[in-house]
Design a protein. Structure first.
Length: 400
């Protein structure tokens, strides 16, 4: 059979992260790669109780087709938990926040549309935008977020800027209050819409991050959230909050994709969230992840001594970003690390343009403290061997 693919299919490439996750399934591998929440945090009993409650109280409706906008009480709960005035009619329940990115791409991007992203940015967003054939442009960024002067310089004829202000994936950085105020003001003045993605915002360790960008200019932003990191990723349950002017088109795009997010899942989550469950549950996640972040920082400090390795200490979230010594390419380093039973994510795929080959992302939330110690020691040994090999190449005589 001669299948002729659509031109957009050429823009669909395999996920680097998904391919790496396949490697981590090998027995004995300690994965510091995938952004998987710790299964220790999943509230299994709460869901068992909610499942029984939903089926007992209204099982027929829970197993039937439902409204595309989402389950009313859950939309109200989302509106109530956000720190600005949100009409539940602006909340769209999505099949994971990844679907929110897909809907945004379909509604806002034409072929060749200029889209601004951070340096570096979430790989899943680049993949969601890709089939719509945008022109993604990186905005210079530092440890406080995007640099406003560069944003202003690049803001002409742009469809939107995509930002993750809290514990960003992949870098773990958090945009400061001062930077948020400046970014929000600059975007509003330029008429530049903001797509604010906030899957990690509740996973702070010592203090909550500043107010979302959307809270400062709700009419100029689309806000994406997720239940994956605070409840369980297998639910595939997220949400977006959009201005009323753009909401109908996002809803229509969703209707064409899946009609609605599974209503049984929505009703279960709504039942679980009753009686302020998240206020009791999320602090246990924060405490666990903080211990594991501290363990990773301690291990890196100890094992990387004497090496030119730079890494940050994220104030929340799931990831730590590192830059290795000159000459190391983390894509080439990965299979050698896997031979020592440790996996990470190379940093280059997280860039819209030319990536930095020396960068990598480490997740500290799934491995235990003991596994983190073993994995970082193995990674350091792999790096030292690689640097020794590079040194030998530099000393080798030129070929005749």
């Amino acid at each position: 059979m001669n299948w002729k693919l659509a031109a957009r299919a050429a823009k669909m490439n395999p996920s680097v992260l998904r391919e790496i996750l396949k490697v981590t399934e090998r027995p004995g591998i300690i994965s510091l790669a995938g952004g998987l929440p710790s299964p220790k945090t999943f509230p299994i009993q709460a869901f068992a109780d909610a499942c029984a409650e939903v089926l007992h109280n209204d099982g027929q409706a829970a197993l039937q087709y439902a409204a595309s906008e989402g389950y009313g009480p859950l939309r109200q709960a989302v509106a109530d938990m956000l720190p600005w005035n949100v009409d539940p009619a602006q909340v769209l329940i999505t099949t994971g926040s990844q679907q929110g990115l897909d809907l945004v791409a379909k509604v806002l991007i034409d072929p060749g549309s200029k889209v601004l992203v951070e340096t570096s940015t979430y790989l899943g967003a680049l993949q969601a935008f890709g089939p719509m054939e945008p022109n993604p442009v990186s905005v210079a960024s530092d440890e406080d977020g995007v640099i406003v002067d560069d944003l202003i310089e690049k803001a002409k004829d742009v469809r939107f800027i995509y930002l993750l202000p809290n514990f960003q994936n992949p870098t773990g950085r958090t945009m400061t209050e001062e930077r948020r105020a400046a970014v929000s003001a600059a975007a509003a003045e330029a008429g530049l819409p903001i797509i604010e993605d906030n899957p990690y915002g509740e996973l702070w360790f010592d203090e909550a991050p500043p107010l979302p960008l959307t809270a400062r200019n709700p009419e100029g932003c689309i806000y994406l959230g997720s239940f994956s990191k605070v409840l369980a990723p297998g639910l595939r349950l997220g949400f977006l909050v959009a201005p009323k002017a753009i909401y109908p088109k996002l809803l229509q795009a969703k209707q064409a994709v899946d009609l609605h997010t599974p209503i049984f899942t929505q009703r279960m989550v709504s039942a679980v969230m009753k009686d302020n469950f998240l206020e009791r549950h999320v602090p246990t996640i924060r405490a666990l992840y903080k211990r594991q972040r501290d363990a990773m920082i301690a291990a890196l400090t100890r094992e990387m001594k004497g090496l030119d390795v730079k890494f940050n200490a994220p104030a929340g979230g799931m990831f730590l970003w590192a830059r290795l010594p000159e000459g190391i390419d983390t894509v080439a380093l990965l299979p050698k690390a896997v031979e020592r039973n440790v996996a990470f994510v190379p940093g280059a795929p997280f860039y819209a343009g030319q990536g930095d080959p020396r960068t990598l992302r480490l997740s500290f939330v799934t491995a235990s403290v003991e596994e983190i110690d073993v994995a970082i020691a193995a990674l350091a040994l792999t790096m030292r061997e690689e640097l020794a090999l590079l040194g030998e190449h530099k000393l080798a005589p030129a070929a005749a």
